[in-house]
Design a protein around this ligand. Structure first.
Ligand code: SAH
Ligand code: MG
Length: 203
């Protein structure tokens, strides 16, 4: 993995082995088309996927409303006060995201879509070589992400889903639910597991 920036300097939620697996998958996939992620936060996964896309002169669409998931809100477990805009009285990761994309030199590759996953998908008509789902973890949010984006993945393309936990005490069950949906659909095969990440190939 050849990254333009030490990703340990970026706030976020991605383990090193997961970053490596995403990078390898995106490097192969982006040779055939664009990649899209749902859930960028401060840009940790964005830098990993974006650096791989840059090697192929491809594009990474980075979808995030930057208002945080449920667990990032003020008073919640994963709230980071540095990312709270006191004047606006709301969470805002976009400023930090932009800073990190600039530091990584990925302006020519990363296309931020600062809106909800459902809105971004509404008129979407571009085939995608890879989709990484790491957005909201409510069942509704995860189902929306799967339903809105999985259908745009080309044959041979990759669907990656983060935060898969078999046991409820380890974490929320919504990502696992959409992973099971993807498998049951018969449209995806060859699941590969790295830590809490799964990668599936579109048949
Ligand atoms: N991939 C990131 C972590 C993502 S955290 C990393 O590598 O660190 C989840 C992100 O999903 C948050 O930034 C939140 O704002 C975003 N999110 C949650 N629900 C969303 C939705 N419905 N549409 C777009 N983004 C959403
Ligand atoms: Mg995650």
């Amino acid at each position: 993995m050849d990254l333009p920036l030490d990703i340990t300097t970026i706030k976020g939620f991605l383990a090193d082995d997961e970053a490596q697996a995403l990078y390898s998958a995106a490097q192969a996939a982006s040779a055939t088309g664009p990649v899209l992620e749902i859930g960028s936060y401060c840009g940790k996964s964005t830098v990993v996927l974006g650096a791989a896309c840059q090697l192929n002169n491809s594009v990474l669409y980075a979808v995030d409303h930057h208002r945080g998931s449920e667990e990032h809100q003020k008073g919640e477990f994963f709230h980071d006060p540095d990312l709270y805009d006191a004047a606006e009285e709301q969470f805002d990761s976009f400023r930090e995201f932009r800073k990190n994309i600039a530091r990584a030199g990925l302006h020519d590759t990363v296309v931020p879509l600062v809106t909800g996953s459902d809105v971004a998908s509404r008129c979407w008509n571009t085939p995608l070589a890879m989709v990484f789902i790491d957005g909201g973890h409510s069942l509704e949010a995860a189902l929306t992400d799967y339903r809105c984006w999985a259908s745009h993945i080309v044959r041979g393309g990759v669907l990656a889903i983060h935060d898969i936990f078999e046991k409820p005490e380890e974490g929320g069950q919504a990502p696992l639910a959409i992973y099971q949906l993807a498998l049951a659909s018969g449209l995806f095969e060859a699941p590969e597991r790295v830590n809490s990440l799964v990668l599936l190939r579109r048949c």
